[in-house]
Design a protein around this ligand. Structure first.
Ligand code: IPM
Ligand code: MN
Length: 392
């Protein structure tokens, strides 16, 4: 039995509200499973960023955070007073979300965002096959459109020109796509264990039990599109059991709405993955239920960052209206990650997920429960019920 230390970063806006609603459930589920889990609260909201003129986190923030096994974050990002010219300014004068500082600082190069419509979650698409949506979007999280290099020439003149460089390296592409293939194999194995199987058609008419779909815009952005495609096709030779598929980003958006149940693992660049995962969140029932994590799959000694797909939602912040479900499922994802080493964590994840699903289902069958804390208490009720049922 090992012990786990977590850095909890409630962050901004609804972040601290959904974190507050999640921690008691995480505590309860861990106790039920006999999981040795401890956390420290690190209140580093980005509001401090503009109040203190540029300092959100202490100087040694990354060093402090590296002492933990994982980071659990509510939401980081606050528009702040628009009159303040220093908002979101890094020391080098570059404007960047503090969230990106953490992703870059720890080289958390993969962002995983699963989309699955849980029973009881809101089904946005009219087609009933939307119930079967079960995909994992893996977003490149370290480079691409997010390298933040460029400039503005001839500021304020009619000739003003903004440039924004995109950088795609073979090394980052290879690690991303290798991870996508391995994730596809793992998902197929998990399905097999549950007695389920899915079939994905190959071009030659044969079928595979898993698939990776690569997203690019290579008809208009051929340099990186072709690099991605080349690496994808080379790597696929080593994963003959996984079907490969390619979509252009615009067509992929259409198919995410038209037939999302046809996707398994989807690999996308940083920006295209960002856009696709908001769309995928709707397929899971909305931003209120979509979990997410940022990790370095090849190095478990680096703390992954678990955060819901949603942001700090300044429009509803302070009113305790936010649905904490995404945050709770994000905590379950963290427990899954810990479960690779510690079976108690897998048990805790199972408790948390089952209670959340039971609550979603009950809420869908009539009650119109709203409010962050009400929803959290509703889930707590199902956790207690589960504990009672499991007690000999
Ligand atoms: C996300 C967010 C961030 C991103 C923003 C806040 C920089 O939209 O996590 O999806 O674009 O990655
Ligand atoms: Mn986003």
């Amino acid at each position: 039995r090992r012990s786990w230390r977590i850095a909890v970063l409630p962050g901004d806006g609804i972040g601290s509200e959904v974190v507050g609603a999640t921690l008691p459930l995480l505590r309860h589920a861990s106790q039920m499973a006999g999981l040795d889990l401890n956390w420290d609260m690190l209140p580093w909201p980005s509001t401090a960023w503009h109040e203190d003129n540029g300092q959100m986190m202490p100087d040694d923030a990354l060093a402090q955070l590296s002492q933990y096994d994982a980071m659990l974050m509510g939401a980081l990002g606050d528009p702040g007073p628009t009159s303040n010219p220093n908002r979101y300014l890094l020391s080098d004068g570059v404007s960047l979300s503090p969230l990106l500082t953490l992703r870059k600082g720890f080289d958390l190069w993969a962002c995983e965002r699963p989309a699955q419509l849980l029973e009881g979650a809101h089904q946005y698409l009219a087609d009933d096959r939307a119930r079967d949506v079960d995909m994992l979007v893996i977003r490149e999280n370290s480079e691409g459109e997010y390298v933040n290099q460029g400039g503005r020439l001839h500021r304020g003149t009619p000739r003003e020109t903004a440039t924004q460089l995109e950088v795609f390296t073979r090394a980052a592409t290879e690690r991303l796509l290798r991870h996508a293939f391995e994730s596809a194999q793992r998902r197929a194995a998990e399905r097999k264990e549950k007695g389920q199987t899915r079939h994905f058609k190959r071009l030659d008419g044969s079928h595979a039990t898993s698939q990776v779909c690569l997203i690019t815009k290579r008809n208009a952005l051929p340099e990186w599109g072709e690099l991605y495609t080349e690496v994808f096709e080379q790597l696929s030779q080593r994963y003959p059991d996984v079907a490969i598929h390619h979509e252009l980003i615009d067509a992929a958006c259409m198919k995410f709405v038209q037939a999302p149940w046809q996707f398994d693992v989807v690999a996308a660049s940083n920006l295209q993955g960002d856009i696709l995962t908001d769309l995928a969140a709707i397929l899971s029932g909305g931003m209120g239920v979509a979990p997410s994590c940022n990790l370095k799959p090849d190095d478990r000694s680096v703390p992954p960052l678990f955060e819901p797909t949603h942001g700090s939602a300044p429009d509803i912040a302070g009113q305790h209206l936010a649905d904490p479900t995404a945050m709770i499922l994000t905590a379950a994802m963290m427990l899954d990650w810990m479960g690779v080493e510690d079976p108690a964590a897998s048990d805790a994840a199972e408790h948390l997920r089952r209670a959340t699903e039971a609550s979603l289902k009950a809420r869908n069958e009539g009650s119109t429960l709203t409010g962050t804390d009400n929803i959290s208490q509703h889930i707590e009720h199902f956790l207690a019920q589960r504990q009672e049922a499991l007690t000999p």
